[in-house]
Write a protein that binds this ligand. Sequence first.
Ligand code: GAR
Length: 208
Amino acid sequence: MVKIAVLVSGGGTNLQALLDAQAAGALPDGEIALVVSSNPKAYALERAAGAGVPTEVVRRRDYADDAAYTAKMTELLDTRGIGLIVLAGFMTVLPDAFCAHYENRIMNVHPSLIPSFCGEGFYGLHVHEAALQKGVKVTGATVHFVCGEVDGGPIIAQHAVDIAEDDTPETLQKRVMVEAEWKLLPRAVADFCAGRLTVANGIVRRKA
Ligand code: GAR
């Protein structure tokens, strides 16, 4: 069993997709063991509590520097034997040292087809605003491993979503979640926990 920590900051619908997958038996080799929020008011904390998953709140601004924040986070995760960290709408940029400590063991879901509409400043609704502003006809979601570069790590899975002419950032965000994020993320987590993912030279391969 791989112990999973899910890091959140907001509504937590991707966390909910993982909790639902676990309840449905779709995560047979993993266990959601901890939810860490950067925001004490995140609704995601209520979702975790509702599912009986322990929660912690850790705010970057409560720590003097990256080293102190990294020390707190790694202590929290390592003492619980966490084997996979999932960023599910987590809005704090993790320090390089943290990413290196858990190389290829941190997964993020991003609401676009990377390398489009990603990197510093592209998060949440902003990503969909940028896609509509550019006039792209297809967008989607990406699940990837996390490295020091924002949205730059090896890509695990992607799913494309058509853009409609009357889409608003809100309608597009919802459709990308429903059609792509909430399906891709639990599948990628299940694959990781089952040992089906390998990474070589920055390329992820999935064993059948
Ligand atoms: C999701 O759309 C997720 O892909 C995005 O924030 C939303 C969080 O929603 N993440 C990013 O933009 C990261 N760069 P949720 O809290 O309901 O899962």
